[in-house]
Ligand binder design. Sequence first.
Ligand SMILES: [Zn+2]
Length: 261
Amino acid sequence: MPEGDTVFRTAARLRTALAGKLLTYSDFRVPRLATVDLSGRAVTAVRSRGKHLLIDVGPGDGQEPVSIHSHLSMEGSWDVLRVGERWHQRAHTARVVLRNDTYEAVGFALGTLDLMADPDGALAYLGPDLLGDDWDAAEAARRIARHPDTPIGIALLDQRRMAGVGNEYRSELCFLRGVLPTRRVGDVDVPAMVDLAHRMLIANRTRLARTTTGKTGRTERLWVYGRRAQPCRRCATPIQRDHLGTADAERVIYFCPRCQT
Ligand SMILES: [Zn+2]
């Protein structure tokens, strides 16, 4: 599942392929943007901000700079290919194609795709970015602690408080801190949780297969996420699965009922 580390890696790949080069072709396959043509314009930067990805495009003929904003949500991805290379994903899921002399970048099944004139302003609501150059642990902890009655499992997903944690990491973080996802923030050591989140994402930002256990085998990488009814790696109690979130964004959560209280 795409989380802050996935988006960070995606931005790095897109940066290598696109940054500092002129686009020779663009094709937005969403109705709202169908008439947009960015060909002839330079990609000035590729950045990640939490789980958001920004491809900054410089000015064109009488056109202001603009940023292509995308969010991978649950299934989205960006592929980088050589021009002419065959796509590895189904063409009908492509939402945007960007091309320069050498590379083609294709965004598949993106959860969000839009153009932003002022991306920094539009994303200013996000909390400190766990993988950002401007990461601020104290500010993230302060924003989370400000709502002491919120369950920690919900607070960790709230990108306004801290940007970059998704479903997998929130389950893993709660397990490693020994707290049930339903425990109220006021009863959690928030700075320690924030510090662990930062170390976990930093450790995974360049890895292809995310691991929270330190092991890389396909079935050994995570403590609890996706391991319903399998024995806890610490106490052998069967891992439980439940849902935690607001009505419109109810998300699955995994935990050990014995190790976590
Ligand atoms: Zn356990």
